[in-house]
Write a protein that binds this ligand. Structure first.
Ligand code: ATP
Length: 352
């Protein structure tokens, strides 16, 4: 396969953005993205993800003092068409009057790539993005998922060093989104292009990102690997934005969280008098009543396929979500014990 590009490294340095109307979309941020890495920008609507992506693309200039570097070279004032980036947006932006093959080959044609090389490259990409047989269809004869595959093939046809994706799956229905997400994952690994992927969907971020940048109100809340942001979130916002989290607010005594259902050893900052702690539902183990440090009563049990979700009251200050294997017997009304490793009870910085 020779469709693979050469991923470029990306550095943005003190890149902030205040728009002409005074809206501050992005606080000055510095960020390094390694060659071939997939970095996901994740955060709620309006937090500045697209603005950051557009600055990297060259569609938006950063405020004075900001710099964008590709492979160490300053490209801040280089226009998008000379940055060697491929882009895919939520809306496909394909040429409706061209066929699938013409759309994919468009960038190659305007770059003067010879016809036979062009058709060879298009054929490879058609195979790689699973749209064989559709080459001669017009865009309006395609489904949403097929259009998004064409958009992707077109973006990578020019062998960009950097691929920029802005919510490319958001417009699709849930089942298709799931399927395309894993196809996209495979494609990105095969191509080895440096990829920056904007989404507000944490499942996408978890599947696709080597690292995740969690953004909030124009600022970077946390940068890290999936494990970092999942198990060691910096604050409550990150903890609740990524995955399911029980947030527990309770007094501390001698390194333990003092809860209605027992005392729980914690990790991290233990010297505070009152703590906000995070516990992931899947880190809580159900044990015999009277066994683990906490006890409570099962309120509800819901079967979730590969596991069951229990809601347990009386153990913590609020009902605790617990993910248990679906092989254990659990009924509403049962008294149970709960065991949680200290490492899984993370004290978060206090919010003042
Ligand atoms: P979404 O997930 O909804 O696309 P986002 O995180 O990508 O959101 P941005 O599109 O980067 O957010 O927008 C960040 C902020 O900047 C928002 O408050 C938005 O309204 C504002 N904004 C974006 N473009 C402009 C513009 N051209 N002029 C003024 N304000 C803008």
């Amino acid at each position: 396969m020779n469709v693979a590009g050469h991923g470029a490294s990306v550095r943005i340095e003190s890149c902030g953005k205040t728009f002409a109307d005074g809206t501050r979309a992005l606080d000055p941020a510095t960020l390094d993205i390694a060659r071939g890495e997939t970095l996901v920008l994740l955060g709620p609507s309006g937090c500045g993800k697209t603005t950051m992506l557009r600055i990297i693309a060259g569609l938006e200039l950063p405020d004075a003092g900001g710099k964008v570097l590709f492979d160490g070279k300053d490209v801040t004032s280089v226009p998008i068409e000379r940055r060697n980036v491929g882009m895919v947006f939520q809306s496909y932006a394909l040429f409706p009057n061209m066929t699938v093959a013409e759309n994919i080959g468009y960038g190659l044609k305007i770059r003067g790539v010879a016809r036979n090389e062009r058709s060879a490259r298009v054929a490879e990409l058609v195979a790689l993005t699973n749209i064989s047989g559709l080459e001669n269809r017009r865009i309006d004869q395609l489904s949403g998922g097929q259009r998004q595959r064409v958009a992707l093939a077109r973006a990578v046809a020019i062998r960009p060093g950097i691929l920029l994706l802005d919510e490319p799956l958001t417009a699709l229905d849930a089942a298709l989104r799931d399927r395309l997400r894993s196809e996209l994952n495979r494609l990105l690994r095969a191509l080895g292009i440096t990829t920056i992927y904007v989404t507000h969907d944490q499942a996408e971020a978890m599947e696709l990102g080597d690292r995740i940048v969690v953004m909030r109100k124009g600022a970077i809340a946390q940068i890290g690997t999936l494990r970092d942001v999942y198990f060691a979130p910096k604050d409550r916002f990150v903890a609740e934005f990524i995955g399911a989290a029980n947030i527990v607010e309770a007094p501390m005594e001698g390194g333990d969280l003092v809860l209605p259902g027992g005392r729980l050893p914690v990790s991290g900052e233990t010297s505070v008098a009152k703590a906000i702690a995070m516990i992931r539902p899947e880190t809580i183990r159900v044990v015999e009543p009277g066994r683990g440090p906490l006890s409570g009563i099962i309120d509800t049990v819901s079967f979730v396929g590969d596991r069951q979700r229990l809601v347990v009251s009386g153990a913590s200050t609020r009902p605790l979500n617990v993910d248990a294997p679906n092989t254990i017997q659990a009924r509403a009304g049962d008294r149970i014990g709960l065991s949680i490793a200290a490492e899984a009870v993370r004290v978060l910085p206090s919010e003042d």
